[in-house]
Design a protein around this ligand. Structure first.
Ligand SMILES: NC(=O)c1ccc[n+]([C@@H]2O[C@H](COP(=O)([O-])OP(=O)(O)OC[C@H]3O[C@@H](n4cnc5c(N)ncnc54)[C@H](OP(=O)(O)O)[C@@H]3O)[C@@H](O)[C@H]2O)c1
Length: 195
């Protein structure tokens, strides 16, 4: 599968390593541009390359958002249309600035992203586990009940199925939290489901 990752920091680079490890081809973007990742590109060899956000979105079968939530409105809409987008971001008011709708729990951060990326099939996943655990906690080939759980939430059944398959392939147990509003809420830091 061609996997695009927006964000090459702690989470993005961890996911890039895991995906390449399972034979996927990865394109990864950040704010500094395609020439900023010589070490990661070298480490991951021919199966990973740095690219612009637009190239990553156009070229990916699946695109993982692994950037801070704050700049989500800067993501271009058109390249993501009809794409399967995994939102791994978390809203952090200290980092992202305060967003009243989220502070008042009138919606969820992933629903805001889905509204912005009109036409994309958005699934929330990979946002609940610290990157260090993600890097070392996968147990490929282990029985389901011996794996760490990774929840996912979304409104598109087919898209969720594909994301669950990816989670399982990386050695974790996919747990379906239901649709985006209630399920995504459960996966938010500080929510009743996250406590
Ligand atoms: N770290 C974790 O364990 C963890 C776990 C679950 C979820 N998350 C969530 O995952 C997201 C990333 O966290 P992180 O810890 O990986 O952060 P990080 O290490 O600070 O990396 C953030 C990355 O996003 C890129 N970026 C920022 N704005 C961008 C934009 N407008 N377009 C493209 N790329 C942009 C940055 O580019 P530059 O490199 O050019 O600055 C950087 O590569 C956050 O929403 C966080 O809440 C993190």
């Amino acid at each position: 599968m061609k996997i695009g990752i927006i964000g090459s920091g702690k989470l993005g680079s961890t996911l890039a390593r895991l995906c390449v490890g399972q034979g996927h081809v990865v394109a990864i973007a950040n704010t500094r541009g395609p020439n900023s990742l010589p070490e990661l590109s070298r480490e991951l060899g021919g199966r990973a390359r740095a690219a612009t956000v637009t190239e990553v979105a156009i070229g990916g079968d699946v695109i993982i958002l692994a950037l801070p939530f704050g700049p989500y409105r800067k993501l271009p809409v058109e390249p993501f249309r009809r794409k399967l987008v995994i939102d791994a971001t978390n809203y952090d008011p200290a980092r992202d600035g305060s967003i009243p709708e989220l502070d008042a729990d009138r919606t969820t951060s992933t629903e805001l992203i889905a509204q912005h990326l009109e036409g994309a099939r958005v699934v929330k996943a990979f946002n609940t586990m610290p990157y260090e655990t993600l890097a070392s906690g996968g147990r490929v080939g282990a029985l389901h009940d011996q794996r760490l759980a990774l929840p996912l939430a979304g409104d598109d059944r087919e898209a969720k199925h594909a994301v669950a398959e990816l989670i399982e392939q990386l050695g974790f147990a996919a747990v379906d939290n239901g649709s985006l509003a209630p399920g995504g809420r459960l996966q938010q830091p500080g929510s009743s489901g996250a406590r």
